[in-house]
Design a protein around this ligand. Structure first.
Ligand code: B12
Ligand code: SF4
Length: 510
């Protein structure tokens, strides 16, 4: 029976807990006395507790994040009721700030703030050695990847199990930290950027490839910060191109030097995905939230990616930033649509614990939900009712445009007009019609889209039907929906889908 159980609730089963694997890998001599049990937020905390207690642990370490704040609180509360003798150690971004304000921190025996790769091992050693520290809140010293003196972080990749390799996203990390200071982001509080030891890291990537991993998600905040480093990693994969290889990177959008461009352009369509944080195109708003961004360079880079590479671009915009009204957001959205990223994530601003965005609360009358993920409810420029419309806009954009289910039909929604204005009109209409933003089947959505485009936008029925039918088949379906029967033949003209890519990306490719 292990003395230490490390646990967390992931956002979904497919997301493995990378942080816990770091903690396991760095337990040193205690590694054999520890085990890791993971859950996802769709599982009941009480059932998770039963599994955890069946291991009869002395110490339970819980990873607390914005997506599991409530589940983790319940787990710890019930655990302490049942087994007050078990020592609970919590850590993770959600409990690294505002510690005094959180019930889970009051309930836990210890809270380790920051990067606990080494600090968790030290604490366990003290506790199990009968030397319990008096201080409840422990600020982890910044661990190093290649320390000249003292301990270095051990990379955790051997802790991905065969089940992880088969069924889950494999997270990898080439660097930690971010040099930028965007006030809404937790990474703005991070300390200097540190690279992992390259050779060791590439050796691990090689072994993961050998074990069958094809999809790698880099969690680096700014993958393209250090050119030589990012080039070496991209070149590594280029030398090992194989069917199904899929690499996800988060990029700073205004930095794509020629040398990196050349390498990226060599990857086949769909093999790379870039998450590009645009957030706002309004320079005054960007200034207010301390975000440095060259909009012209960003646009040029996006154009390059879309015109000269097969990269799948996922770009982010935020609704509700201080100083940004709907008109300004609309202008930014339209500008982004014209740059043709495959996906635009319209994210609602969140007040993450510890982030300096709160300095705008009074001046811009920011009102956030007190419940995780702490989304904006209204501000001085966008009232609650309008914010709700924007939330629905975001959801419907995800269902229709980002999903890749309506690649050809989506641009018909605005034609020559403003994509924002027309999509907002559709979003308002869809909500009036269906009364919901979730649990709408694809066929129903296609039918509603047909009705909107032909009756409200007055587009020719045949053209809209052809477009929807072609999108429907491109998504790999052949059952002709009833509402299309008067317009299209039952013929199966499905394109052969690529089986080696994630679904959404695959649909955008067809
Ligand atoms: C992967 C990821 C996700 C995955 C989920 C992963 C999972 N396992 O379920 C997905 C994509 C679903 C996701 C979603 C979101 N995410 Co996210 N995500 C990440 C990301 C990119 C990587 C996390 C990671 O593995 N990091 C590497 C490891 C080594 O670091 P770590 O996890 O922080 O672990 C260290 C410490 O936290 C600590 N620690 C961790 N566990 C434990 C346990 C114990 C016992 C102890 C002592 C210490 C400890 O020690 C670890 C080692 O140093 C981070 C950014 C980043 N690079 O960290 C954001 C991040 C965690 N996400 C964040 C946010 C805001 C979100 C979203 C709200 C974003 C959005 N716009 O919707 C959503 C939440 C959705 C929801 N349902 O509410 C914030 C964190 C906010 C918070 N307080 O938790 C981060 C930090 C991004 C940021 N810069 O702001 N995310
Ligand atoms: S938004 Fe991106 S660039 Fe800005 S602080 Fe966060 S990780 Fe860094």
């Amino acid at each position: 029976m292990p003395d230490i159980v490390l646990t967390t609730f992931n956002a979904r089963y497919a997301h493995a807990a990378f942080g816990l694997r770091y903690l396991m890998a760095n337990l040193g001599a205690l590694r054999d006395r520890a085990s890791m049990v993971e859950f996802d937020i769709n599982q009941r905390p009480v059932d998770a507790l039963e599994t955890i207690l069946s291991h009869k642990p002395k110490i339970v370490g819980v990873g607390v994040y914005i997506w599991n704040a409530e589940a983790a609180r319940q787990l710890v509360a019930e655990l302490k009721r049942l087994r007050p003798d078990v020592i609970v150690v919590i850590g993770g971004p959600e409990v690294s700030y505002e510690v005094d304000e959180q019930e889970i921190c009051r309930l836990a025996g210890y809270v380790i703030t920051g990067e606990a790769d080494l600090a968790f091992a030290d604490l366990c050693e003290q506790i199990l050695g009968g030397r319990r520290p008096l201080m409840k809140v422990i600020a982890a010293e910044l661990p190093e990847f290649a320390a000249k003196n003292g301990r270095s972080i051990v990379l955790p990749y051997d802790f991905y199990t065969d089940e992880d390799v088969l069924h889950r996203v494999i997270y990898v990390e080439a660097s930690r930290g971010c040099p930028f200071k965007c006030e809404f982001c937790l990474s703005s509080l991070d300390v200097p950027v540190r690279n992992v030891p390259l050779d060791d890291f590439l050796g691990h990537l090689d072994r993961l490839l050998e074990r069958g991993v094809r999809q790698f998600k880099f969690v680096d905040r700014t993958f393209n910060l250090n050119l030589n480093f990012s080039k070496a990693i991209v070149q590594f994969f280029l030398d090992r191109l194989r069917p199904g290889l899929f690499l996800h990177f988060e990029m700073i959008p205004d930095r794509l030097p020629e040398a990196l461009r050349e390498l990226i352009a060599k990857f086949p369509p769909g093999a790379m995905q870039f998450e590009v944080g645009v957030q706002t195109f309004n320079p005054e708003v960007a200034g207010l939230i301390s975000r440095r961004q060259d909009n012209e360079k960003l646009a040029e880079n996006l154009r390059f990616l879309r015109e000269q590479t097969g990269v799948h671009v996922h770009a982010d915009l935020i609704v509700g930033l201080p100083g940004e009204d709907v008109e300004s957001f609309a202008a930014g959205f339209d500008r982004l649509v014209s740059l043709r990223p495959q996906e635009i994530q319209v994210g609602m601003l969140k007040r993450l614990r510890g982030t300096p965005i709160v300095r705008h609360d009074a001046q811009w009358s920011m009102v956030y939900s007190p419940i995780a993920p702490y989304e904006i409810l209204q501000n001085k420029l966008i009232d609650f009712a309008t914010m709700q419309r924007m939330r629905r806009f975001s959801r419907f954009w995800d269902l229709i445009a980002n999903s890749g289910n309506f690649v050809r039909t989506t641009p018909m929604i605005w034609g020559e007009k403003s994509p924002f204005a027309e999509f907002l009109r559709l979003s308002d209409w869809l909500f009036t019609k269906s009364g919901r933003t979730h649990a709408i089947s694809l066929v129903r959505l296609a039918e509603l889209l047909f009705e909107f485009l032909t009756e409200l936008e007055e587009l020719p029925q045949q053209a809209v039907a052809d477009s929807i039918w072609s999108d429907y088949q491109a998504a790999g379906r052949s059952d002709r929906p009833g509402f299309l029967a008067p317009f299209v033949a039952q013929a199966d003209t499905r394109a052969k889908p690529r089986h080696d890519l994630p679904n959404r990306q695959k649909r955008h490719l067809v």
